[in-house]
Design a protein around this ligand. Structure first.
Ligand SMILES: CC(C)(COP(=O)(O)OP(=O)(O)OC[C@H]1O[C@@H](n2cnc3c(N)ncnc32)[C@H](O)[C@@H]1OP(=O)(O)O)[C@@H](O)C(=O)NCCC(=O)NCCS
Length: 161
């Protein structure tokens, strides 16, 4: 997929199925067997669709026509989730989503943070290439339907302005 023809726009209800599919596949790929089992039930396609619906106002999607290639969820000053579908990776789409997410955060905060699991080498390289700095180990309280689940992660931060 060419990143040049992409539109980065706020998510709509019609995008929820695609978001949940990309999220569930990507999550499984990098988190299954690595994070506490308590998180598993909250990361199935159906529950993720519901989670995405609840966060609809916090999601930007990368869309080309009707096809959704990825999404970012920004919660206050946190880049909470960033996923690009497997076939669309390596094309600059994540760069564009992250830049738009950072710009959104910069309207209300001078810095941003995110959590990434230690072994997610691709994502860590990607964030570091985009000017993010690792601040060390961090017990991230991942938001789920009925509260939070503690997940051992690395905390990354970026000064935005
Ligand atoms: C993280 C993600 C959004 C990045 O998008 P992407 O399109 O893959 O990103 P890019 O290809 O632009 O950048 C990835 C970089 O990692 C490098 N890379 C790939 N595999 C790697 C590995 N195993 N170890 C280290 N670096 C790796 C790539 O070479 C590239 O770096 P370069 O452009 O400097 O050569 C995407 O990979 C994804 O959705 N992953 C699954 C979900 C995820 O991990 N989300 C983040 C959770 S916090």
């Amino acid at each position: 997929m060419e990143s040049s023809s992409l539109d980065i726009r706020p998510a709509e209800l019609e995008d929820l199925d695609a978001i949940a599919t990309i999220w569930a596949r990507g999550w499984k790929e990098v988190h299954e067997g690595v994070v506490p089992d308590a998180l598993l039930a909250h990361r199935q396609s159906g529950t993720l669709r519901h989670a995405a619906e609840e966060r609809l106002g916090e999601i930007l999607v990368a869309a080309r026509g009707l096809e959704i290639a990825g999404f970012i969820i920004v919660h206050r000053d946190e880049v909470e989730h960033l996923y690009v579908s497997t076939g669309a990776r390596g094309a600059g789409i994540a760069n564009r989503l992250l830049a738009r997410g950072e710009a959104l955060i910069a309207t209300c905060s001078s810095s941003a943070w995110l959590a990434v699991v230690e072994g997610n080498a691709r994502a860590r390289h990607f964030y570091e290439r985009n000017g993010w700095h690792c601040r060390g180990e961090f017990l991230h309280q991942a938001r789920v339907a009925n509260g939070t689940v503690g997940v051992p992660t690395m905390r990354y931060e970026k000064q935005l302005r």
